[in-house]
Design a protein around this ligand. Structure first.
Ligand code: GLA
Length: 761
């Protein structure tokens, strides 16, 4: 059995294929963490790992008699113990999971083991996204119920596993039976105490247009934390990190990961204490959270997906990719091939009409595009970004025949139509605001902050959510709309709801996130076949929570392929390729003016959902032909890219040669019969040179035929960019992985190659 309880030594053991997690109920009902790491044999007793020492003068449980304390029971004290679920008020000075106050104002929470059960399923979380088991998969859940020593406050700790995944899903239910309210100040989703100090932290940071850059640094004594107070996950930080051994790399070393399924204000921390132990935590950000839990009510924390491997960072990423794409993403589009889209945002911004859109679609069809997405500007009188959010009806000046006419003309081209919405927002200049000014959030007697000239709707209110969803549904339902882009373009300030009492206002941010999830769920229920791409001022709400509702997310407003390399590399540490919105945009790029070849733009967009974002009118016949080639290559390799294994081969963060940095990555089909290698030189090269790139994930016993598409720049005036196609020969998987593939660094700006690798008998 993957989850067991041993009555003799009171241990709970959770085994996945390659990992073991063990905890024990020790004296006085204290729940203590023992181990999380490589799989050990069934029945192994790890209680010898219980810590033996406590720091002098650490606070001690009152029921421990002096003699026992002297004999060593001091090791049980909250500060010394490896805690399974730490609470505040009893002397554990590391970051606790639970901080709260009882009705008498006291903030001491002392949880003891009450009971437990093991079930053979994976419960969903009320109102929150969570990992689920597919029909053919077995799931198991351990629920340990803890009770406060003095009051009837219970916490149920959930640990779920799904056969075939080396992951543990944790969340908690806080249950108030005290007869009075209990005020939760902080309810993080887990703490994990690790008995070693030689660890690096890998975390993500960024900003608008440069989201999810990777940071890696050794943990130092003290606490590192990263968080969001933006109301959404944010462009600045990510609710996902890893800690790994100092020398861990893509293939080797022990690594722990945590990915939170939450799309709002979060905090993630890694702390190295003075006893040289590490505590990891992650959950809802307490800075913007206060929850009044009434008697007989429950509060459920978001789910965290914990992972461990001794096989390096790459393996941990692949484990996350698999669980997220198959057990978090839902609906038709998790398996089915998604349409290649072209989005009109960078092509037209707000200036378009039906004829222009149809022209873009028609031209894009010539290079294999399946769907036109009409971005911002089709509704109200939205000619700029300061108006009309909330007025989700067609601007007849731009689309005189309405959405039906546009949709028909696009469908007549045998293409699908997609639409942009920003459902959570309201413009001051809108009919919606004129009718319901109180729906925009603001604190009474204060003028709210504007951002992008818009306000945030109070979607903590059911009537607001329902109204918006009805309005949006009317548009989606009026003709066959196949896709929506769900945007969210500002941070939340002035958090306040007229529906909440003064002592409940601290609930706003979390209720907002629950409101977002409810709106998504309503749309999915009404339109189960709709493909939803979420977006947030670029990639500001890119997390495993939102992936439960939308299987693809716009990764960043930065469409420059060279900039995208670091963004997509960082994102790939946790999130699968199939979730990363990526488009071939103009060259020169509208923001950076970088002049990338079609191949380079295509290859980088292929490490994502692949689409276009340009007006074909400005393209030459030559580049249109190259775009068609890219679309065909993407479609040909769709399943290897989206359902194969992803390997980071060379990092855009490293300088591998004197002259240029090189990014390289690989997709390998699960049966290892075919693979795709992408290589991008990040700088100009003057003198030719060569490197040997060691491939990954192939079968050493198979022979593979290699075929390359490479940038060939001809030194003519003006420069001519051609895609050179050549057979590279047949090599064994063994030599490609051990000796490496010869790769010429030849002259040119950011030369790019795409290499097909196919098994030969
Ligand atoms: C955000 C998105 C863009 C685009 C604009 C439209 O910035 O990230 O892709 O949709 O909004 O206003």
């Amino acid at each position: 059995m993957p989850i067991t309880f041993n009555k003799q030594n009171m241990t709970f053991t959770i085994n996945t294929e390659n990992t073991t997690y063990q905890m024990a109920v020790v004296e006085y009902g204290l729940l203590t963490h023992l181990y999380y790491g490589q799989r050990v044999k069934n029945g192994t007793d790890l209680t010898y790992l219980l810590n033996r020492y406590a720091a002098a003068r650490a606070s001690t449980y009152n029921e421990i008699p002096y003699e026992e304390f002297e004999k060593g029971a001091a090791r049980l004290c909250p500060q010394a113990r490896f805690q399974e679920y730490s609470t505040f008020g009893i002397g554990d000075r590391r970051t606790p999971c639970l901080i709260g106050r009882f009705a008498n104002g006291g903030g001491t929470i002392d949880l003891r083991y009450h009971s437990h059960k093991i079930i053979h399923s994976k419960p969903a979380l009320m109102g929150l996204p969570s990992v689920y088991a597919n029909e053919n998969e077995k799931a198991h859940t351990l629920i340990i119920k803890m009770k406060d020593k003095a009051e009837k406050l219970f916490v149920e700790l959930y640990y779920s596993i799904i056969d075939g995944h080396d992951m543990i899903m944790r969340s908690q239910k806080i249950i108030n039976k005290t007869g009075k309210p209990f005020f939760i100040n902080s309810a993080l989703s887990f703490n994990l105490d690790i008995r070693r100090s030689d660890l690096d932290l890998i975390s993500l940071y960024g900003k608008s247009n440069n989201e999810r850059y990777m940071d890696r640094a050794p943990l130092k004594h003290g606490k590192f934390s990263t968080d969001s107070t933006a109301g959404a996950t944010s462009n600045f930080s990510s609710p996902a990190f890893m800690v790994c051994e100092h020398n861990a790399d893509e293939e080797h070393g022990e690594c722990y990961g945590a990915v939170l399924m939450y799309s709002g204000n979060f905090v993630a921390s890694a702390e190295l204490d003075y006893n040289d132990r590490v505590r990891l935590t992650m959950g809802i950000n307490p800075t913007t959270f206060n929850w009044k839990l009434k008697n007989n009510e429950e509060f459920t924390t978001p789910e965290v997906i914990l992972g461990y491997t001794d096989k390096g960072i790459g393996q941990l990423s692949r484990n996350y990719h698999d669980i997220i794409r198959y057990n978090v993403c839902r609906g038709k589009w998790k398996k089915e091939q998604r349409p290649v889209l072209t989005n009109n945002w960078e092509a037209t911004v707000f200036e378009f009409n039906t004829d222009k859109l149809v022209e873009i679609a028609k031209d894009a069809k010539a290079f294999g595009v399946d769907m036109l997405v009409v971005d911002d500007g089709w509704f109200g009188h939205r000619d700029w970004d300061n108006t009309s959010l909330g007025d989700w009806y067609v601007d007849k000046k731009k689309l005189p025949g309405g959405m039906e006419d546009l949709c028909k003309r696009i469908n007549d081209l045998d293409m699908k139509l997609g639409l942009w919405f920003e459902p959570e927002m309201i413009s001051e200049d809108s009919d919606l605001y004129r009718a319901h000014p109180d729906w925009a959030i603001k604190v009474p007697n204060r003028a709210p902050m504007r951002s992008r000239w818009q306000y945030v709707l109070d979607i903590t209110r059911q009537e607001v959510r329902d109204y918006i969803i009805d309005m949006i549904s009317k548009v989606i339902g009026c003709c066959p709309i196949a896709y929506i882009k769900w945007d969210m373009n500002r941070n939340i300030t002035d958090a306040y709801s007229l529906n909440l009492k003064a002592d409940e206002q601290g609930e706003f941010y979390h209720r907002y996130v629950l409101g977002v999830y409810d709106m998504f769920e309503q749309i999915i229920e009404r339109f189960p076949n709709l493909l939803i791409e979420s977006c947030c001022g670029g990639g500001g709400r890119f997390d495993a929570g939102i992936m439960y509702y939308s299987p693809q997310i716009w990764t960043s407003d930065n469409t420059d392929p060279i900039h995208r390399l670091k963004i997509q590399y960082g994102t790939s540490l946790f999130y699968p390729i199939s979730t990363m919105g990526a488009h071939v945009a103009y060259a020169p790029n509208i923001n950076t003016y970088h002049n990338a070849t079609v191949l380079q733009r295509g290859v980088v967009a292929m490490a994502g959902t692949f689409g276009y974002e340009l007006d074909p009118m400005h393209e030459t016949e030559e580049s249109m032909a190259q775009m068609l080639k890219m679309t065909q290559l993407y479609k040909k390799h769709y399943f290897t890219i989206n359902h194969g294994d992803y390997y980071r081969v060379l990092s855009p963060y490293d300088q591998q040669t004197v002259i240029t940095r090189i990014d390289a990555w690989q997709f390998v089909s699960k049966d290892k019969k075919s693979a795709l290698l992408s290589i991008v030189q990040m700088d100009n090269v003057n003198d030719p040179n060569e490197i040997f790139i060691k491939l990954k994930g192939l079968d050493p016993n198979k022979n593979y035929k290699l075929f390359a598409y490479s940038d060939g720049l001809e030194n003519t005036r003006p420069f001519k960019s051609i895609i050179k196609e050549e057979e590279l020969g047949v090599f064994s998987g063994e030599v490609l992985m051990k000796a490496g593939l010869h790769y010429s660094l030849i002259r040119g700006d950011n030369r790019t190659s795409l290499i097909e690798i196919d098994e030969v008998e």
